[in-house]
Design a protein around this ligand. Sequence first.
Ligand SMILES: NC(=O)c1ccc[n+]([C@@H]2O[C@H](COP(=O)([O-])OP(=O)(O)OC[C@H]3O[C@@H](n4cnc5c(N)ncnc54)[C@H](OP(=O)(O)O)[C@@H]3O)[C@@H](O)[C@H]2O)c1
Length: 329
Amino acid sequence: MSQKADETGMMKAILAKGDAPLEWCDVPKPVPKAKEVLIKVAAAGLNRADILQRKGMYPPPEGASDIMGLEVSGYVEAVGSDVENWRVGQQVCALLPAGGYAEYAIAHQGSVMPIPDGVSLHEAALLPEAVMTVWANVFDMAVLHPGETLFVQGGASGIGTTAIQMATALGAKVYVTAGSDEKCKACIELGAEGAFNYKTTDFEEELKAVGGADVVLDMVGGDYLPKHINASKFGARILHIAVQGGLKAEVNLLKVMMKRLTITGSTLRGRNDLDKMHLADMAVKEVWPWVASGQLRPVVDSSFAMKDAEKAHERLTSGLHVGKIVLTL
Ligand SMILES: NC(=O)c1ccc[n+]([C@@H]2O[C@H](COP(=O)([O-])OP(=O)(O)OC[C@H]3O[C@@H](n4cnc5c(N)ncnc54)[C@H](OP(=O)(O)O)[C@@H]3O)[C@@H](O)[C@H]2O)c1
């Protein structure tokens, strides 16, 4: 391993400790294994999964750190003996299984990406989780085509704001839901063709009125599935990425057969390193040009010093945010 000289062997980080307030505490600095990269963190993105992890509902995969945080940007500090593509000092961003709320974070070499042109180092921390989730589902699994219609639940979320821009850049039409008229307006400003306030309108009827969806990206589940089936076009693909509204749904199988629907879903965190490497490759080849051309920008709701992560979590839990929240060092 080539390693710069630091060398207290300790660093500051934030561990997931249930509902206890988040503390900026001393922990051992990680050392990269053969295929890993050690990143000196400049910024970390917040995700809904971080809130779920604190509640014990989304544990890190086996062997992953107890330090919170799924995505970072920063500088390569050291590389493992088998790492060929990354050099000490390069600016990078990365998807992590855990470990991002820290001064130093470990990433598998295949989950590390260069900072795209057009964004700052801090903004780049907000790209990996959302871009790779949207690519995995909407582009890889559902194969959204230009001219098709994508319907996104939670259009003002980190995932939603990214999906609107990526699908629009592809040449698809996007409709979304959001929980307030202000959030609906923000989604339209980002490129959505229409936005339905799910608290005051019936999104199923609204979506039917505009012709239905070819692809649905759903983070709610529960009794939304029958509505999505009703408002889907023939051959539609319905993707589940979260179950905020319930784990179970009743499905009319005859409608699934008659419309020849695909109903599926996925999680990003549980994917293996090879899968994540594929998604990182697609991000760099297909999505970074959209960032460089200004068609995709992370929507930064707010920024907090990393030691104030508790306040950042309060902002995310309040549901008032549009886009993503960033922690900086
Ligand atoms: N499976 C995966 O691989 C994967 C990866 C990343 C994220 N996710 C999931 O994707 C979701 C978004 O993640 P994020 O980090 O971007 O979180 P976030 O910004 O906190 O977004 C949560 C969103 O859910 C929306 N929502 C909640 N209840 C709703 C309802 N009944 N109807 C319609 N929308 C509703 C909220 O809408 P309003 O605020 O407008 O009310 C908000 O936009 C989370 O549930 C997260 O767990 C899954």
